[in-house]
Design a protein around this ligand. Structure first.
Ligand code: HEM
Length: 152
């Protein structure tokens, strides 16, 4: 069973890397191109990137939630209430924040599938304007993932 959790843990880490990596690239790297290429070329670039992102981002986030949930039930114990230890309190805060991002991703992706035409100016699965919030929350989630073991 320990081997199973170790494998799930590694998948969770890779998935978190991918998730944060795309957020970082979008916010801090690709944004630099906006001022250096003309608006049409920029839009075409966004469109072709979005095609690839649609194939990876929602599935990757789903894997992040599933692996996180498996790990969650390895540690969580509700025999002495919801928040018996600081570790479990931080773990629950981490999970709730991540599920909050999950709800936003689900909302955006389903909205985009149902109302494609309204979003033709921003072809990403999750609208660009939401990235700074999602990325900031994800950074807090990573810090909580480390902090919860430090205060254990
Ligand atoms: C945006 C979503 C998420 C990100 C970026 C993320 C990131 C991380 C990171 C970086 C670790 C560090 C592990 C280490 O240092 O080895 C971790 C561990 C963990 N995460 Fe997540 N996570 C996310 C979602 C979730 C969700 C939804 C849950 C639970 C429902 C969860 C539960 C856990 C647990 C239990 C661990 C501890 C694993 C262990 O050390 O055995 N995570 N996460």
């Amino acid at each position: 069973m320990e081997l199973f959790y170790n494998i799930v843990h590694i998948i969770h880490l890779f998935s978190a890397m991918l998730f944060l990596g795309w957020g970082f690239a979008k916010l801090f790297v690709l944004s630099a191109a906006k001022n250096n290429i003309d608006a049409n070329a920029h839009f075409e670039m966004k469109k072709s990137l979005a095609k690839r992102v649609w194939k990876i981002y929602p599935t990757n986030f789903f894997i992040l939630i599933i692996t996180g949930s498996i790990l969650f039930f390895k540690y969580a114990n509700f025999e002495n209430g919801l928040f018996p230890t600081t570790f479990q309190t931080l773990l629950i805060i981490k999970a709730v924040l991540a599920l909050g991002i999950g709800a936003k991703v689900l909302y955006s992706v389903s909205g985009r599938i149902l109302f494609k035409i309204q979003h033709s100016q921003d072809p990403n699965p999750v609208e660009t304007s939401a990235y700074k919030y999602i990325f900031s929350i994800a950074v807090i989630i990573v810090l909580l993932a480390k902090l919860m073991f430090m205060v254990r």
